[in-house]
Design a protein around this ligand. Structure first.
Ligand code: GUN
Ligand code: FE
Length: 450
C-alpha cells in the first residue's frame, strides 16, 4: 500500500462548507484521500510515509468538464467564423468522416494532453461514429478519467456520407459499452452519445435510452437547443421544441446531460427541472459559433444542474476550463449585473457541480476524505495574479486572472500525471509533429471523399 502526504500552501476543498484550509496536509493511500491533517496537531516527524511539500502551490480538486469532442482536436482553426449548421456541414462532418485510426488517435492524444496539463482530470466525451475503440484505448493509457461513447447518427441531411444504420449504431454502442463501461476499476465509463435531434431517428433515441438500463451509471449525452436554425429544423421534423420533443419520447432524466440549452422556452425549462436533466454550459463555443447566451443564472436559480464544457477545439479554440470559467461569469454580467455568477460559484461549476452532473460526486470534484486523489496544484503567486490571495481572493485569482499556465502538478487516482507543468507520458514535440502529419493526410482524404 503506498501512502503519501502532500503539504501545499493552502487547500481549496470545494466541500459543502466551502472550506479553504491553511496549514493542512492531504494524506493519500493508493488512489484515495485518506486524511486531511491539521498540521498544528499532527506530528509530521512521526510519519513514516512519503512527505511531499509544495509551499508555493494551492491545492484544488481536479476540474470536471461535461462536454468535450476529443476527435475534433485535430481540426482546431479549420472551422472558424461559421455558424453551427454550416460549421458541421462544411467542415466538421467531412473531417470527422475522414478520420482513420491513426488520425483519431493523434486527435485524442492532443486533446487529453491539453485537458490534463490545464487541470481537467475528469470529462465527458461525445466521440465520433467510427473507430471509437481508439479513443477508449487512449483514455485507458492516459490515466485521465472519462465518460465516453461513440457519437450516434442514423440520419444526416447536412452531409449524407457521414451516417450509419440504426442497427449498426445501436449494436456498436452496446458492444463498446460492454467492453469499456467501468473499465480500469471504473476510471472509464460509457456514455451513450446520440449526437443531436437532427442526426437521430426516434427509434435510435428511444432504443439508446432503453439500452442504458444494462449499464448502471451510464449517461445519455447529447446536444440540445444550441442554434436557432437547428431548433427550427427540429420543429419542422417533430412539430415540437427540442426539449419538448425529448420529453415526449421519454429521454429526459437525471441521467441525461444536454450540451448548450441556449434557446429554451419557459415550459422547457420546467421540463429540465422536473426531470432532473443536467445542462452542460459551453460559453466559448456558444459565443464563437454565434449561437447565443444560455440563461445560466436562471437555471441555477431554478436548481437545475449546470456544469461546464469546452466543447471541441474547432469551436472554442481551447480545451482549458479557465477560459470557460472566466467567460461563464463575464457574459452574464452585462445581462444581470456584476454580482451574478460570482467567482466561487463558477469555480464550483467546474469542480463539484461537474462531478454531480455525471453522478460522480462521491468519487471526485472536491478534496475530501474518501474521494479519489484527483488533485491539481496551482501557482497563484505570480505577478499576473491577485497580490493578496487569502480566502475569497483565491477564487477571484483562479477564475478571473490566472490561466492554464498556473497548473503545475496534476494527479489522478493518486498518481502524478503532470509535473512542473509538463505531462509525464506525452511528449509535446511528438504530439505536434504526429498531429500535423496526420492532419495533412486527413485533409487529403477529405478532398477525395468530397
Ligand atoms: N451539434 C451537433 N454536433 C455538434 C458538434 O460537434 N459541436 C457542437 N457545438 N454542436 C453540435
Ligand atoms: Fe459539442
Amino acid at each position: 500500500m503506498s501512502k503519501k502526504i502532500i503539504i501545499p500552501k493552502r487547500i481549496v476543498t470545494a466541500n459543502n462548507q466551502r472550506e479553504i484550509l491553511i496549514n493542512h496536509a492531504v494524506e493519500i493511500t493508493d488512489k484515495r484521500i485518506t486524511a486531511i491533517l491539521d498540521l498544528k496537531e499532527f506530528d509530521l516527524s512521526k510519519y513514516d510515509g512519503d512527505i511531499q511539500e509544495f509551499p508555493a502551490l494551492t491545492l484544488i480538486p481536479g476540474f470536471v468538464q461535461t462536454h468535450i469532442h476529443l476527435c475534433q482536436t485535430l481540426f482546431r482553426g479549420l472551422a472558424d467564423e461559421l455558424e453551427l449548421l454550416d460549421w458541421l456541414q462544411q467542415r466538421i462532418f467531412p473531417y470527422e468522416n475522414s478520420h482513420n485510426q491513426s488520425s483519431l488517435k493523434a486527435s485524442a492524444r492532443l486533446g487529453i494532453h491539453e485537458l490534463l496539463t490545464s487541470g481537467t482530470t475528469t470529462f465527458m466525451d461525445m466521440g465520433t461514429i467510427n473507430y471509437e475503440e481508439v479513443i477508449f484505448e487512449e483514455l485507458l493509457n492516459s490515466g485521465i478519467k472519462a465518460i465516453a461513447g461513440k457519437t450516434m447518427m442514423d440520419i444526416n441531411d447536412l452531409y449524407p456520407e457521414f451516417v450509419e444504420t440504426t442497427k449498426d449504431s445501436l449494436k456498436r454502442s452496446y458492444e463498446l459499452a460492454e467492453e469499456f463501461h467501468n473499465s480500469d476499476n471504473g476510471r472509464i465509463k460509457y456514455g451513450f452519445a446520440p449526437r443531436f435531434v437532427l442526426s437521430c431517428t426516434e427509434e435510435l433515441l428511444k432504443e439508446t435510452k432503453s439500452m442504458m438500463q444494462d449499464f448502471d451509471g451510464s449517461i445519455f449525452h447529447t446536444h440540445s437547443s444550441e442554434n436557432k436554425k437547428e431548433i427550427e429544423a427540429v420543429k419542422r421534423m417533430h412539430n415540437k421544441e427540442n426539449i419538448e420533443y425529448f420529453e415526449s419520447i421519454d429521454v429526459l432524466s437525471d441521467q441525461t446531460v444536454l450540451a448548450h440549452c441556449i434557446h429554451v422556452s419557459d415550459s422547457e425549462m420546467a421540463l429540465l427541472k422536473s426531470s432532473g436533466t443536467r445542462v452542460s454550459h459551453c460559453p466559448s463555443s456558444n459565443l464563437k459559433l454565434g449561437s447565443g447566451i444560455a440563461d445560466i443564472p436562471r437555471y441555477m436559480r431554478e436548481g437545475i444542474s449546470v456544469s461546464l464544457g469546452a466543447d471541441g477545439a474547432p469551436c472554442n479554440n481551447n480545451l482549458d476550463v479557465f477560459t470557460e470559467m472566466r467567460l461563464a461569469s463575464l457574459i452574464q454580467k452585462p445581462v444581470y449585473g456584476p454580482t451574478v455568477m460570482k467567482a466561487e460559484e463558477v469555480f464550483r461549476l467546474a469542480t463539484i457541480e461537474g462531478a454531480k452532473a455525471l453522478h460522480l460526486e462521491n468519487e471526485v470534484g472536491s478534496v475530501e476524505i474518501g474521494k479519489y486523489a484527483d488533485l491539481v496544484m496551482l501557482n497563484l503567486d505570480i505577478p499576473t495574479s491577485n497580490l493578496l490571495t487569502e480566502d475569497e481572493q483565491v477564487y477571484s485569482s483562479i477564475v478571473y486572472s490566472v490561466g492554464k499556465s498556473s497548473v503545475k502538478e496534476v494527479m489522478v487516482n493518486g498518481k502524478w500525471l503532470v509535473r512542473d507543468g509538463e505531462s509525464i507520458d506525452y511528449d509535446k514535440d511528438e504530439l505536434y509533429s504526429t498531429g500535423k502529419s496526420e492532419l495533412e493526410k486527413l485533409i487529403e482524404r477529405a478532398k477525395v471523399n468530397s
